[in-house]
Design a protein around this ligand. Structure first.
Ligand SMILES: C[S@@+](CC[C@H](N)C(=O)[O-])C[C@H]1O[C@@H](n2cnc3c(N)ncnc32)[C@H](O)[C@@H]1O
Length: 584
């Protein structure tokens, strides 16, 4: 017997498969324009063969205009793309907030409170382990239920994933690269047999590396072509949307000159003119136009083609997201707006600097510069974004206190300098040599893309927080806790840890990365874990199952709050509290 949730998931999958099929089908949607209140209705039904009764009807897909799918019923109503933070009746009750905001969290957000003698490389409150081969290994019992995203959620998540995929949408760079001198001629010549026995010794040496060179060169070529094609695709959509606008304007112009003829007639005349210019049949042009009209409507934020019915709420959500998307696009692809200049929009970027130099607002109001959100506590506040922790030399000289001597077992493995203390595989910063995939998004793998997170303004007095733009599967790394490795700091929020032989602090007050903005929750969706990379201890923020659009939180521990004159505003009940408040 399927559970209610499984049935819902199945219904949504069937609905989205039908919608996808309709999208691909060569249907002349433009013809629907001729109908009065057009609608398409597709129904499916699930039946359990053991029972005559239908288990549940699949949602009907329907809509008006050229909309063939997108009935509200087809979509779950949940899945808002805002952090799931609790709202509070009272404004900020955090007394001593001043102190808090120019410092970071106190020790042991899931690491240093454990009774560690420094022998374990990765310690966590709940024993969560990183995912391997795509299957998260979960060892605690706090399984979080991930929501099934609606079509609109999927669209939004798709945009964020695209933005964080590392693919450049800089037309200047792409076209420039593409026009660079051709790649090595022999690299793409398939006819040359370089491994034949007749080659001389010296050419045999060269040939030994040719397959490698060919592979590398075609990888570069393939990357360039893929990027260029994506960039051209973006240009195509912009231009096609603009073409539809001009087509409509032309039809109006014809009508103004010849008001006696019908609009249909003028439209036909314009279509005939255009189809001969495109070299397409009129039907072909009509079909293409139906899709292009969809792009125009997205542009005008009226409706998303025929895949998603846009109600007011959806439009509002997208409108609120726009500044956040622009911050990400401007800071990661500074020249992307040049694409817009093709259709006369300003090409200058609006948001400069690092992606986390901006704090986005959930209500769609303009993003705020990060430093401005701390000026009330420190008029000179600045935050330097670090990729890696830096050692405070005044405290540690040239030593890194996070260094952990390799185990005796690792020492006996002469073939490798570094062995992962968790998976026992060899670790290397060179992806070709690395065999440890404990946290592939952080260590040992090819080019790292910026993590899909954004700093956002909390609506309930906690100042800033960190939002997940894409989902992080359970066990996946969100990022490393990066800051200044120091010691001896007091009365400020620091992460304290030990290797067993050295106690150190990581301070994020003025320098660090986005993990500085992670707030506390009594029902956190992430936690800090130790991990040793190249014999150096790191602290990793690991997902316990984070949904796209939710706030990323960790449990700072009771100890943190006991030591402070502050109230937790997360609104969640801790497990202990929840148990105590049970009525039976
Ligand atoms: C590491 S910082 C987190 C980012 C911080 N909100 C900011 O804007 O910089 C820790 C501070 O955030 C605030 N904070 C985090 N979680 C909170 C919560 N659940 N309730 C109230 N304040 C919280 C507290 O002021 C805490 O000292």
């Amino acid at each position: 017997m399927l559970s209610e949730e499984q049935i819902t998931a199945l219904r949504q999958r069937v609905a989205s498969a039908i919608a996808d099929e309709l999208t691909r089908a060569d249907i002349d949607w433009a013809a629907f324009d001729q109908l009065v209140e057009p609608s398409v209705r597709v129904e499916a039904e699930f039946r359990d063969s053991r029972s005559p009764a239908a288990l549940a009807p699949a949602p009907a897909l329907g809509g008006s205009g050229i909309s063939a799918a997108g009935n509200q019923n087809a979509e779950p109503t949940s899945g808002v793309i805002v952090p799931s933070v609790a709202s509070h009746d009272t404004p900020n009750q955090v007394s001593g907030h001043h102190q808090a905001e120019d410092t970071t969290m106190n020790e042991n957000s899931g690491t240093s409170d454990s009774e560690d003698d420094g022998t374990s490389s990765r310690i966590a409150i709940s024993g969560l382990r990183p995912s391997r081969r795509g299957i998260p290994v979960v060892e605690d019992n706090t399984q979080r239920q991930m929501q099934v995203p609606s079509s609109l959620d999927k669209l939004i998540i798709g945009i964020w994933e695209q933005l964080h995929s590392g693919v450049s949408v800089d037309p200047v760079q792409i076209l420039g690269e593409f026009m660079a001198p051709p790649l090595l001629g022999d690299a793409i010549s398939p006819s040359q047999d370089v491994s034949g026995p007749s080659l001389s010794t010296s050419s045999a040496l060269v040939s030994a590396s040719l397959p490698g060179r060919r592979f590398n060169d075609t990888t570069v070529l393939c990357r360039k072509v893929t990027q260029a094609s994506r960039t051209c695709r973006s240009i195509e959509v912009i231009v096609q949307a603009r073409w539809v606008e001009h087509f409509d304007a032309y039809v109006e112009h014809l009508k103004a000159n010849d008001p006696k003829s019908s609009v249909t007639r003028h439209r036909k005349a314009a279509s005939v003119e255009a189809s001969s210019s495109f070299g397409w049949s009129e039907k072909e042009l009509r079909n293409k136009m139906a899709i292009w009209r969809g792009y125009k409507e997205i542009k005008e934020r009226r409706r998303l083609g025929y895949r998603i019915g846009f109600d007011n709420e959806s439009i509002q959500r997208l409108r609120h997201l726009r500044p956040a998307l622009e911050v990400a696009a401007d800071t990661m692809n500074p020249n992307w707006r040049r694409l817009l200049s093709i259709v006369g929009e300003p090409p200058e970027r609006v948001y400069a600097g690092h992606p986390h130099d901006w704090v986005v607002c959930l209500d769609g109001s303009p993003p705020i510069q990060l430093r401005k959100t701390y000026l009330q506590w420190d008029p000179h506040f600045e935050y330097k974004h670090l990729e890696e922790s830096v050692i405070d030399q005044a405290a540690w000289g040239c030593d890194d206190p996070r260094w952990r001597p390799p185990s005796s077992e690792a020492l006996t493995r002469v073939s490798s300098l570094f062995v992962c203390q968790d998976c026992s595989n060899e670790q290397s910063d060179d992806p070709k040599l690395n065999c440890c995939y404990c946290f592939p998004s952080l260590f040992g793998c090819a080019t790292l893309t910026p993590p899909p997170v954004q700093v956002f303004r909390t609506p309930d007095g906690r100042n800033n927080g960190l939002m997940a733009l894409c989902a992080f599967e359970r066990g996946a790394a969100v990022g490393e806790f990066v800051g200044v490795i120091t010691k001896g700091l007091q009365d400020v929020d620091v992460m304290e840890d030990t290797t067993g032989s050295a106690k150190y602090q990581i301070w994020q007050g003025r320098q660090g990365n986005f993990t500085r903005f992670v707030n506390h929750s009594c029902n956190a969706n992430a936690q800090y874990q130790r991990f040793t990379w190249l014999d150096t201890q790191r602290i990793i923020l690991v997902s316990k199952g984070i949904e796209a659009g939710s706030e990323i939180t960790v449990d700072y521990s009771d100890k943190y709050w006991k030591g402070l004159d502050k109230t937790c505003l997360c609104g969640e009940k801790s497990w202990e509290e929840a148990r105590r408040s049970q009525l039976w």
